[in-house]
Design a binder for this molecule. Structure first.
Ligand SMILES: [Zn+2]
Length: 412
């Protein structure tokens, strides 16, 4: 049955609201839908245009700017401004990337979202927001900044009742929900048409389980609060297409750009935020640029995310860089009796394992670590265990597998 509400949202409510608030999002969206298929050379040309405009930034009064705040990549808040047009072009970029997953304006969408700040508008539900949600966004939301079994049970029921077509989720929250459904052993739950994961790195094993449970494809995405969507997967799933019309994304090691296929620190320049230049921002993530074209014919370059933020990487005494997320899968997941763990690297040769002990934790667990830890870190590593009752989430709602106090300059 055609979804009349969706038709109404897309063709009546969205255009009307755009006129009402003076939004340039529809214009940006039309343009972005076109430019994604430009050849790479023409996209580079377009990027230079944006960069030059930004350097000539006109005078913007405070009233024309929208303040934005983020937790910052290292936990210290960062304040910045977006000009209004940039706010709308961001929205348009998110819409375009959502389209690749089959989403459209008015599609019923469920959010499993860990950062309360992002949700506050929808959660508080003032009458305007309520109206907007009813006719335009049609979203249902689960706040995953903390997850309990009761919350998961309720969410499962709500999804079954509302039947949203798309889930947009923190990767780790989505994984926990999928694991919960698997454990219940029942197949009586709602399956969306596609899942967009974001905000946290999605491990291959997590993707496999989620896709199995929900019988649909994941469209992984890389973005941040500072920037919104930076890159995301298309229907071919062969890497993340960079939103190149709006961002210049550089991959740097030793102050030089790395070659295709090499790991580098990600540095972002926003090409369209004329109100407040956002130039060569070190976002504290690492990734790998690609020179391969995608079979979808989009000219937008591809990249891959490294498994984790810069500070999530651990370094071995002999200088190898290890992803904390990968360790969680290959080391922690196989350790007997470990309910949860977090690895803190104090120094290059010293690691503390914070461990929440499960019922079966004991001598065999310690023996396991004795054999396995040197395999990953080498024989020179010193390590100790700290037993804790729980591992709190970050203020952003993200779960940190690992944290390094080693100066990143020593790694990259
Ligand atoms: Zn593609």
């Amino acid at each position: 049955m055609p979804d009349l509400m969706q038709w109404f949202a897309r063709n009546i409510v969205f255009p009307a609201e755009s006129i009402w608030i003076g939004s340039t999002a529809p214009t940006h969206l039309r343009e972005l839908e076109r430019t994604q298929f430009l050849p790479a050379g023409e996209l580079t040309e377009l990027q230079f245009q944006g960069d030059k405009e930004q350097i000539r930034a006109k005078n913007y009064s405070e009233a024309m700017l929208v303040p934005n705040k983020t937790g910052g990549s290292t936990g210290s808040p960062l304040f910045f401004y977006l000009d209004k047009d940039r706010l709308f072009s961001r929205q348009a970029a998110t819409f375009r990337h959502n389209h690749w997953a089959g989403w459209d304006i008015g599609t019923r969408t469920a959010f499993l979202w860990g950062h309360r700040g992002d949700l506050s508008e929808t959660m508080k539900m003032k009458w305007k927001a309520k109206l907007r949600n009813k006719f335009l966004d049609r979203n249902i939301v689960m706040d995953t900044s903390s997850i309990t079994r009761d919350k998961l049970i309720n969410f499962k029921l709500l999804l079954k009742q509302k039947r949203p077509d798309i889930y947009i989720a923190y990767a780790n929250s989505m994984y926990l929900f999928a694991r919960f459904l698997k454990e219940t052993g029942s197949s009586d739950y709602h399956r969306p048409k596609a899942i967009i994961t974001s905000a946290e790195v999605l491990a291959p094993e997590q993707r496999k389980l989620i896709e199995n449970i929900f019988e649909c494809k994941i469209f992984d995405r890389y973005g941040s609060r500072e920037t919104s969507v930076i890159a995301s997967e298309c229907e071919k799933h062969s890497g993340l297409h960079i939103c190149a019309e709006t961002f210049l994304v550089e991959f740097i090691k030793d102050n030089k750009p790395v070659g295709a296929g090499q790991l580098g620190k990600i540095v972002i320049t926003d090409l369209l935020n004329y109100g407040m230049p956002f130039i060569r921002y070190q976002i504290e993530d690492a990734g790998v640029p690609s020179s391969e074209p995608c079979s979808c014919d989009r000219g937008l370059p591809l990249m891959k995310m490294a498994a984790g933020r810069m500070t999530d990487f651990l370094v071995t005494p002999d200088g190898r860089i290890i992803s904390g997320a990968a360790l969680t899968i290959y080391l922690i997941a196989n350790a007997p009796g470990v309910a949860q763990a977090q690895l803190i690297q104090e120094r290059k040769d010293e690691i503390v394992f914070k461990i929440v002990r499960g019922d079966t934790f004991g001598d065999q667990s310690l023996r396991f670590f004795e054999t396995e830890i040197p395999k990953f870190f080498g024989a020179a590593i010193k390590y100790s265990f700290e037993y804790v009752d729980y591992i709190p989430l970050e203020s952003s709602g993200k779960y940190r597998f690992s944290m390094s106090k080693v100066d990143p300059a020593e790694m990259f």
